[in-house]
Design a protein around this ligand. Sequence first.
Ligand code: SF4
Length: 281
Amino acid sequence: MNSLSITIAKDVGFCFGVRRAIDVARKAGKQHGKVAMLGDIVHNERVVNDLKILGVTVFEDMENIPADMPVIFRSHGTTAEIWQQARTRGLTIIDATCPLVNEIHVAARELEAEGRQVIIIGDPGHDEVEGIASQVSNPIIIANQQDAGQLQKIRKAGIVIQSTQFRENVNSIISVLISKISDLRIINTICKPTRNRQSQLRELAEKNDVMIIVGSFTSANTKRLTAIAKTINPNSHQVQGPEDIRLEWFRNANLVGVSAGASTPDEIVVEVTEKIGALPL
Ligand code: SF4
């Protein structure tokens, strides 16, 4: 036991959409024995392995899913083309899309119906962004301020935003787009769980000597949280689990803040916190 005071962010671990999707997958595994999923449900190895035990098999391609196996569509949404393919193949679809992602789909279609060029602020190639893009024809995807700078002038456009984007990145993009588009409508679709998580992270990074962010190195969301924390507190570190904790980070420290990416299971956060609390300082 040491004298470190550890504060865990109020919202850590799975966001509501991911919790819901994992729940759906668990129930489906129990009910059907075997169910298919296109890609991992979250970017977290432990969760994926737990679901495997319950009969959830991950497939990379729709064609390889056996005809008698129901397929789960994940929380961050699925492209219109894949929905169509699954229907054409007659597969039973179990839809675990987060309702907040569905709202982004609706918003994108609404902007297009208003005759606007749809712009998505998000990471190209990310499943959620691909799902949003598939709702409209010819969307433009902008990942950063540099992309925004290359855009031609547009008369009438509308913006939706990937649910997990950081406000700093979005603001920097919009500051450029505003000078290029005369009739611009912005629908802020960064979801509330993401906004809460980001503001808690900023506050903890400010108030603590050391900031620990728990999550897989394959999770873009966790990496972003770490990047933001580092800009506020250089003594911020991302760990995948207790094994990554380094004693030297905590020398001369009293206060430790802990946050986690939206795909990190609660028990890993607990394990990391226990390890910090037991460091021989
Ligand atoms: S990050 Fe937000 S929109 Fe995405 S799954 Fe979680 S709650 Fe839903």
